[in-house]
Design a protein around this ligand. Structure first.
Ligand code: GLV
Ligand code: MG
Length: 309
C-alpha cells in the first residue's frame, strides 16, 4: 500500500499553463492536486510565455491545501531543462512536484533528480523536497516501470497517460478511456493499469489514472473512474470542474467501509493490548478478524484519513 501519510490525490486537475483564466478558475475548485501544464496543452509558440505565467500563478498563491505540480515537456524536446530551471528558480518554494511526461527509462528520472538537486541548492531550498511524478505513456515506459519507480527517492506517484499510450501502441481508437471497437473480449487497458498498480504498490507509490476526454459525459467519466478505483488506484486526472466531485467521491472509501475499517483497527488494538501483545484472530461482533483483515482495514482507513473523513 501507499504510505499511510501520503496526501490524497483523488482528483488531479489538468490546467493549461498558458491560460490565466483557467488558472484563476482552478484555484476555486475542490481538486486534491492541480498540475499546471507546459506540455501538450500549450502550443510550441506559447511555451516560453507559459513558463512565466506558471511561475506567477504559483507565487500568487490561493491554492489552499492542493498539491501543486507543474508538467514540464519531455526530455526528447528542447524545452525540458529550461522549464525546470525557470519554474524552480522562480517559484520552487511553492512547488510540490514536477510531472515528467513520456518517461521511457530510469535515466530520465535521474536526470531530473540531478537538475532539481542543483536548483534546490542554488535557491536555498531544502534538498529533495520537490517530488517527481513520472508519467507512463508508451511501451518502453511500461517495460522499464520498476527501474523508473525506483530511479529517485523523489518519485511519489506513477501516472497513466492513456492518449499517448494508445497512440504509441497503434491501438485503433480515438476515444480515450473507452474500449477500441472490435475488441470485445476484455478490457484493453487492464494489463497496463495492473502493471502500473503493481509497480506502485511494490515501491510504496501512489497510482494515478489518466484523463477521460469526453468531458461533458460525467456518467461515462464515473464508469471509467470506478473501474480503476475498484482495482486500487488512488485517483484520476480531471479535465473539467464537472469531473471533480465524481473523482473525489469515487476514490474515497465509502463511509460505511471507512467506519468499519476504523472499527476493525480499534477492535484489533483493544484485543492486542488486553492480551499484552500481538495475537492472532479476534472477534468483532460475529466476525472473526485477523492480521490480514487488519492490513485491509489499514488501507481503507489510510485513504479515508487522507481524504479528511
Ligand atoms: C495524457 O497525457 C495522455 O496522454 O493521456
Ligand atoms: Mg500524454
Amino acid at each position: 500500500m501507499t504510505g499511510g501519510q501520503a496526501r490524497a490525490r483523488r482528483s488531479v486537475l489538468a490546467v493549461p499553463g498558458s491560460s490565466t483564466k483557467m488558472i484563476a478558475k482552478a484555484r476555486t475548485l475542490a481538486a486534491d492536486e492541480i498540475f499546471l501544464d507546459l506540455e501538450d496543452a500549450v502550443a510550441p509558440i506559447a511555451k516560453e510565455q507559459a513558463r512565466a505565467t506558471v511561475v506567477a500563478a504559483l507565487n500568487e498563491g490561493g491554492w489552499g491545501s492542493k498539491i501543486k505540480v507543474v508538467r514540464v515537456n519531455d526530455w526528447t524536446t528542447e524545452w525540458t531543462h529550461q522549464d525546470v530551471i525557470e519554474v524552480v528558480t522562480g517559484a520552487g518554494e511553492h512547488l510540490d512536484a514536477i510531472l515528467l511526461p513520456k518517461v521511457t527509462e530510469a535515466a530520465q528520472v535521474q536526470a531530473l533528480d540531478l537538475l532539481l538537486t542543483q536548483l534546490e541548492k542554488r535557491c536555498g531550498l531544502p534538498v529533495g523536497r520537490i517530488g517527481i511524478e513520472p508519467q507512463i505513456e508508451n511501451a518502453p515506459g511500461l517495460t522499464n516501470i520498476d527501474a523508473i519507480a525506483t530511479a529517485s527517492g523523489r518519485v511519489q506517484t506513477l501516472v497513466f497517460g492513456p492518449a499517448d499510450f494508445m497512440a504509441s501502441l497503434n491501438m485503433r481508437t480515438l476515444v480515450v478511456g473507452e474500449q477500441p471497437e472490435g475488441y470485445d473480449t476484455g478490457d484493453a487497458y487492464h494489463h497496463i493499469l495492473m502493471t502500473m498498480l503493481i509497480a506502485a504498490r511494490a515501491h510504496g507509490l501512489q497510482a494515478i489514472d489518466g484523463p477521460y476526454l469526453q468531458i461533458r459525459d460525467v456518467e461515462a467519466f464515473r464508469r471509467s473512474a470506478a473501474r480503476t478505483a475498484a482495482l486500487g488506484f488512488d485517483g484520476k486526472w480531471v479535465l473539467h470542474p464537472g469531473q471533480i466531485d465524481a473523482a473525489n467521491e469515487i476514490f474515497s472509501p465509502r463511509q460505511a467501509d471507512y467506519d468499519k475499517a476504523e472499527m476493525i483497527l480499534d477492535a484489533y488494538e483493544f484485543h492486542t493490548s488486553a492480551a499484552g501483545g500481538a495475537r492472532g484472530a479476534v472477534m468483532l461482533g460475529d466476525e472473526m478478524i485477523d492480521e490480514a483483515s487488519r492490513k485491509m482495514a489499514r488501507v481503507i482507513a489510510a485513504k479515508g484519513r487522507a481524504a479528511g473523513m
